[in-house]
Design a protein around this ligand. Structure first.
Ligand code: ZN
Length: 199
């Protein structure tokens, strides 16, 4: 079943989601929810989906970056973003236990702000602890685009959206991003958008 993805302004997107107990993870209804979230993410399509985005204030996110999503993206663009395929996986109660001081800045979007994008700085790499779909404690290290996806999804579980962290002058429709800016290097783009200008 495809679930409805709620849009910005929906109260649940601004709430802190509640942690899920290991015994709840084992329930058939939780496993069903995981399957539905996976289907909803694939259908969107998106590379991550957090439970608040389908209206549920639970600390649960699913992530998958499929090879076919990046087939038409030039290799140099993928290399710059350090974007590689990520297999499907499930995170309950994730938290970032370590993050790099080094930040990287790229455009990102969100299924709950459909049609828009903005520049967002994120840590280049993160270490995350979480429970998997069996309720087992896990720890992962990620860098590049995968680290960005994790930070974006974990933000959702705390009621945060990328617009809280974005460079506001870079906020634009994804259509205009492709039309005008997609091949512009970030430093030139910052200049053209007046981001570094004094007030
Ligand atoms: Zn999002």
């Amino acid at each position: 079943m495809r679930l409805k993805i709620v849009q910005v302004g929906e109260p649940v997107l601004r709430q802190r989601a509640r942690p899920v107990l290991a015994e709840e993870i084992a329930l058939a209804e939780t496993q069903q929810l995981i399957a539905w979230m996976r289907e909803t993410m694939l259908d969107a399509p998106g590379v991550g989906l957090a439970a608040p985005q389908v209206g549920l204030p639970l600390q649960l996110a699913v992530i998958e970056d499929r090879p076919e999503y990046t087939r038409d993206i030039p290799a140099d663009r993928l290399a710059e973003r350090e974007r590689k395929a990520v297999p499907f996986h499930v995170l309950f109660n994730p938290h970032i236990v370590e993050r790099s001081e080094q930040n990287v800045e790229f455009f990102e979007g969100c299924l709950s702000l459909a049609g828009y994008s903005a520049l967002v700085k994120r840590s280049h790499h993160v270490t995350v602890e979480y429970l998997d779909e069996h309720g087992e404690a896990r720890r992962l290290e990620a860098q590049g685009w995968y680290a960005r996806i994790l930070q974006h999804e974990i933000d959702h579980l705390y009621g945060r959206l990328y617009i809280d962290r974005m460079e506001s002058r870079s906020f634009m429709s994804t259509e205009n991003l492709s039309r005008y800016w997609k091949d512009v290097p970030i430093p030139s783009l910052r200049k053209a958008l007046g981001i570094d200008d004094p007030e």
